[in-house]
Design a protein around this ligand. Sequence first.
Ligand SMILES: Cc1cc2nc3c(=O)[nH]c(=O)nc-3n(C[C@H](O)[C@H](O)[C@H](O)COP(=O)(O)OP(=O)(O)OC[C@H]3O[C@@H](n4cnc5c(N)ncnc54)[C@H](O)[C@@H]3O)c2cc1C
Length: 813
Amino acid sequence: MPGSIPAHARAVVVGGGIVGCSVAYHLAKLGWRDVVLLERRQLSCGTTWHAAGLVGQLRSSHNLTRLASYGAVLYERLEAETGQATGFRRSGSISVARSAERLTELKRGASMARCFGVDVEVISPREAGRLWPLMRTDDLAGAVWIPRDGRTNPIDTTLALAKGARNAGATILENVTVTGINRTNGAATGVSTDQGDIVSDVVVNCAGMWGREVGRMAAVNVPLHASEHFYIVTEPLAGVTRDLPVLRDTDGYIYAREEVGGLLMGGFEPVAKPWAMDGIPTDFGFSLLPEDWEHFRVLMEQAIVRIPALESAPVRRHVNGPESFTPDNRYMLGEAPELRNFFVAAGFNSVGIASAAGAGKALAEWIVGGEPSMDLWDVDIRRFMPFQGNRRYLRERTTEVVGLLYAMHWPFRQPETARGVRRSVLHDRLAARGAGFGVVAGWERANWFSAAGVEPRYIYTYGRQNWFPGAAAEHRAVRESAGLFDQSSLAKFLLEGPDATATLQRLCANDVDVAAGRIVYTQMLNRRGGIECDVTVTRLTADAYLVITIAAAATHDADWIRRGIGDARVTLTDVTSAFTVLGVMGPRSREILSRLTNADLSNATFPFGTTREIEVGYATVRATRITYVGELGWELHVPTEFAMGVYDDVVAAGEDLGLRHAGYHAMDSLRLEKGYRSWGHDIGGDDTPLEAGLGFAVSFKKSGFVGRDALLRQRETPLPRRLVMFTLDDPEPLLLGDEPIYRDGALVGRITSGAFGHTLGRSVGMGYVAHADGVDEAFLQAGRWELEIATERFPATAQLEPPYDPKSTRVRS
Ligand SMILES: Cc1cc2nc3c(=O)[nH]c(=O)nc-3n(C[C@H](O)[C@H](O)[C@H](O)COP(=O)(O)OP(=O)(O)OC[C@H]3O[C@@H](n4cnc5c(N)ncnc54)[C@H](O)[C@@H]3O)c2cc1C
């Protein structure tokens, strides 16, 4: 009804699905009264209304599991709070394994769940059969039982959230369509609707599969794509009881649960059907897509294997409803890097019911507090690159990501669709050398090099994969002679202007006001002292710096720096594409490069932590003496058009000195032995440099940098949480990350990243250990340490110092 919408609001939430209602609910609960939610039709009419309602708790990371567990808690108590039933029940869930490898995966998940406080039990096929009598179990290897998992009614839960939001002061308006996002000076200032404009401080895009379109109204990249998604509901079946747990048979791509005495069975087929490539029809609401039994067949065939009664069960309903998927199967949360005060919570990849409560709470805290209240990197919208909004890319990737939800979550698994998107100019040369490529931020990167005549294709397993011997040889070459890495995917930013030094001094924990030609390793911190960016800052001139970060953090770090710049007279330019980066690393790197340049590479003239422009062959390159592998070495930043020539020269110069092409798998094992941290794994927004053992990179002498006060407070007491290095005593098991850490039998932490260390001859990892009285070397030495891999515990050695070259003599040699 025209005229009924308010002229002003503190926050406008676009979309009345379960996610929008949860955001409105949590904003209102945090005390924001004038929150307005706009829904173009009726609440829940998009994807929410036809969801299957599974509420699983176990997710890929600690914080996401915490958020999903909160969902079960909130949905359980909403009825008492609002009077609106949610239909939530803790029916428990069973996941079964058809193969030994799948059982290993489930057991690894069970071990991880212990770190996250989720109650999980590994059970036998027979026990699984007792819990789920209609299931065939004679072909199973085992199962996992999560007794506190649940299911809910999606519509009722959405209405309960909406009621709770209204009770707390929010306004919810149906039949209002947002048609534009209004912007001034790089910030959202409100929305236009088919019934007038609303001026607001904040706009939140919760438009589900319309999220990409609503993002485009604001020139914000929201990379998601709709896909058809299916389930069936049978008539009542004998043996199906109300308290039947949710069943997942991921090897057969399917799940099943009770629905009005029958079974609701759906799944995640290996090749999905992207939908609405040309946009979602405007009249779509409480709508379904045509049945497609042919497409559903792959699920039906597998379901009958597991639940034979389904073969003759009369089907009451075939549901084909669209849901939105993102390129990496994780949802998107946070303030858009392109536009201040424009927040996104969209792309829920078929877990939006389970995730809405936690996502809504986390986003509301982010909006109200001005920053996330915990590390949300896994779902942070800034993990995406601009190219990922590309239609062809999204369409192709969507055919694959739906199935990946239930496919084997192999370690190092690479996507197969939408590949070759970003390539270094050396790509074909590396391919000719046998490179096996992986993908990060769209970049094809050599992960390892296979022997001549062997196809460099991943053969996945939870044991040693086929690239293991190749990576081992590369690792040894770097330690003993030299390795050549293509590190072009590093994100490179030029920060220039009269206020460049002042800006960086404020943003960086380390002192970057150094002589031109010096490189400073530093973190940029949030107000809690948590590590937002982990970068090197190279001073080029009095007012120009090069800031280098990992490929995956490119959008995030650029956004962090741009926000930090504020009104200062500084520009930030992404120069990533302008430079190919060749890492020549190892004890013979000096000798190799000396053959190509007349520059003096000696320690006296070219010490560690410095950079110079030198001639290499025909090119002038920026040689930077730095390392992520713990050896003498240089990264050569080569203007892209000179890169092939420089590469050819380096390869030729190194041939008789043992130079070997090396990939990112070797780099990972090398850096872990040396204890170098990886942002996004070992360090992030919840970890301070003191906890992470990076106190050496903090300049307390410098006043006024962001996070300093938090660090000063933390410095006053013994650290109750610290990043610790671990090596397994047994050379056989592999650490991959997320393994629980035990001290004298008590759970005290979790491995953040791990790999086999080829120099140490055993797995090496690092992880945070917590102890109220402080974690120091004496505490470590006094304990008996074990790491749990796939529910089995293995003795380990714990220490604060890296196990390889702790004094960095090799780096400075
Ligand atoms: C078959 C199927 C089974 C599923 N099963 C499960 C499950 O078991 N467990 C689970 O956790 N998840 C499940 N899901 C996923 C879940 O349904 C979704 O992730 C979730 O509903 C997404 O909620 P949303 O609020 O983001 O999107 P939606 O519910 O689609 O809400 C978005 C809303 O925005 C509105 N909107 C769009 N554009 C505008 C505009 N311009 N102005 C105003 N309003 C606008 C739309 O009308 C819509 O109501 C399933 C999905 C499907 C398809």
